[in-house]
Design a protein around this ligand. Structure first.
Ligand code: B12
Length: 505
């Protein structure tokens, strides 16, 4: 019967070795019910040949791709198009952050038939059931879907977040039939065999710069500490993992869960990393933080964004985060020994170019202050790249300033938009080249003066040389043309975590 499915993970930037949780979770939703093959663009030299080899059997009907912004589009767009052209009877389904946030351009592209908008755990099997039973009229009753009807975009209501513990186990063994799971357990600065795990969905905050907000609208649901621990233990016992990256948007939302997980995992010899909010974790007691450290928590990724309280408001950061709070937390973590990894968003819009530039200088100085307070802090710098947080004041402000997204899906393949996705060149009208250069050059000098602790290639003597060479620039704020630092980074293959994602490889 011709109803088999290809579930595709397009190649992402330099990230061969990460368990593709998005497609695994989508696969879990139909495991045992539909026959499907995983194709991982990160592990295929010629993913199209693989996809075609399935469709050429005549047994496959559905091409389903997860789509993040940026480099994944380079495979998602042309392959989906090619599937539709080569196998006209096929149906194509997209899901993931790009598909949900940029749904208009996606669904208007003639080669994308359906979008699963947000979680696909219930929507995906329900959509397949409806299509298979030819009961097309049923589709409008399925939540979390976007499709075209008579050229009009139909967006069905959002479903409440499901109880995460009741979701089916991820089909790791099924993935292993296509790609040896050991491929995904890589050496990182956390450990020799690093596992990536996603233990909660969404985020309880509604920051207006964040792509998670339009999908989850301030909702968050998590697996219990015990469930997370059971999965970790399974991978430790069966695959020998010694480290974990928690890919949750907000791993630390529920203190109780984190403490319970720390208690459970503390004797397992596992090192771990996760993302959280400064104000949330600053409410944890010193005992909690010490327990986390003892339980293997090595580094926490924290959205500092800026130390300017006015801009934090403009970003709708919410909670109780302030510039002072960021400093306090940096100081607090120093004796505990957990490394704070602060991410900053520079280049927010303002009334005049002078004000934009003044804020950039302000942020640069704030970052330097943080490094003084806690030299172990890691700093990640992003340029502000708008997301369509419709209804937010910030989104209105940027539209007024002349910013708009591409109108055709293919336009996203333009390298300039790819850089936008990587938050390195945001095409935002209020930033000029001088401002972007100032930020980028500062970043180069900062990375020279304080090479990231997570790059295990730059240690010892190399580190001292880099620091020495960058010292004059760092101290005098003369960042222009830092070619000598760039050359050294190039020779030693410095890894830039904000581009490569997370703290590994
Ligand atoms: C892991 C990850 C990566 C990995 C990718 C590993 C891989 N897949 O091979 C790496 C490190 C490479 C990466 C890189 C980048 N990432 Co990334 N990444 C994530 C992260 C942390 C987890 C994704 C994940 O596994 N989620 C778990 C699964 C279960 O959730 P999910 O993807 O939402 O899937 C559910 C639904 O969306 C839906 N669904 C998803 N796919 C599909 C497909 C089908 C067919 C269906 C039906 C449903 C469906 O159903 C799933 C189950 O309910 C997310 C943030 C997050 N916590 O989700 C950011 C995130 C997706 N990344 C983001 C970005 C910006 C990037 C980068 C572009 C830039 C950067 N500087 O990090 C780069 C480049 C990406 C690229 N295209 O190459 C942003 C997207 C922002 C946006 N504007 O949309 C996010 C949201 C982080 C953030 N908060 O800003 N990333």
């Amino acid at each position: 019967m011709k109803n088999k499915i290809v579930i595709f993970n397009p190649r992402s930037a330099n990230q061969k070795h990460r368990i593709p949780n998005s497609i695994l979770q989508v696969g879990a939703a139909i495991y045992g019910k539909y026959d499907f093959a995983f194709v991982d663009g990160n592990l295929e030299d010629d993913p199209w040949a693989k996809i075609a080899s399935y469709f050429d059997t005549g047994e496959y009907k559905y091409f389903c791709s997860t789509v993040m912004p940026g480099p994944q589009l380079r495979q998602a767009i042309p392959f989906t198009k090619k599937v539709k052209e080569t196998y006209p009877e096929s149906k194509t389904i997209w899901g993931g952050y790009f598909a949900s946030n940029q749904y208009k351009v996606c669904i208007e592209a003639p080669y994308v038939d359906y979008i699963v908008n947000g979680p696909g755990d219930a929507a995906f099997p329900a959509l397949l059931d409806a299509l298979e039973s030819s009961n097309i009229s049923e589709i409008k009753n399925i939540k979390n879907l976007i499709y075209l009807e008579d050229d009009e975009i139909v967006q069905t209501p959002k479903e409440a977040l499901l109880d995460q513990d009741s979701l089916p186990q991820l089909p790791y063994t099924h993935l292993d039939e296509f790609y040896d799971l050991n491929n995904y357990l890589s050496k990182t600065f956390l450990g020799d065999k690093t596992f990536s795990y996603h233990s909660s969905l969404g985020c309880p905050f509604t920051c207006s710069f964040c792509a998670v907000v339009p999908i989850y609208n301030g909702r968050w649901k998590a697996k219990s500490a015990q469930t997370v621990y059971n999965d970790v233990k399974y991978f430790k016992d069966h695959y020998g993992i010694d480290a974990i990256e928690f890919h949750d948007n907000n791993f630390f939302t529920a203190r109780k869960r984190v403490v319970e997980f720390s208690e459970l995992v503390k004797n397992e010899g596992i090192t771990w990393w996760g993302e959280g909010r400064i104000d949330t974790i600053n409410k944890y007691s010193d005992e909690d933080l010490k327990l986390m450290k003892e339980a293997g928590c090595k580094m926490i990724f924290l959205g500092a964004e800026t130390g300017n309280d006015e801009i934090l408001k403009q970003m709708n950061k919410g909670g109780t985060q302030t510039g002072q709070g960021i400093k306090d937390f940096a100081a607090r973590l120093l004796p505990i020994g957990i490394i704070p990894e602060f991410s900053f968003v520079l280049g927010m819009p303002a009334e005049s170019p002078e004000k934009v530039m003044a804020q950039i200088e302000w942020d640069i100085n704030f970052i330097k202050e943080i490094k003084e307070i806690n030299p172990n802090s890691e700093i990640i710098i992003y340029l502000y790249s708008p997301v369509a947080t419709e209804g937010s004041e910030l989104y209105e402000q940027i539209q007024k300033a002349g910013f708009s997204f591409p109108e055709k899906l293919d336009d996203w393949l333009d390298p300039a938009w790819e850089n936008f996705d990587l938050r390195k060149n945001p095409l935002t009208p209020w930033l000029n080249a001088k401002m972007v250069d100032r930020i980028m050059n500062f970043e180069t000098v900062l990375n020279g003066y304080y090479p990231t602790a997570s790059d295990f290639r730059i240690t010892g003597l190399k580190k001292s040389i880099l620091r020495g060479v960058s010292s004059f620039r760092y101290k005098t704020s003369i960042y222009k043309y830092p070619y000598e630092i760039k050359a050294m980074h190039k020779i030693w293959k410095y890894r830039q975590p904000e581009i490569q994602g997370f703290r590994s490889e």
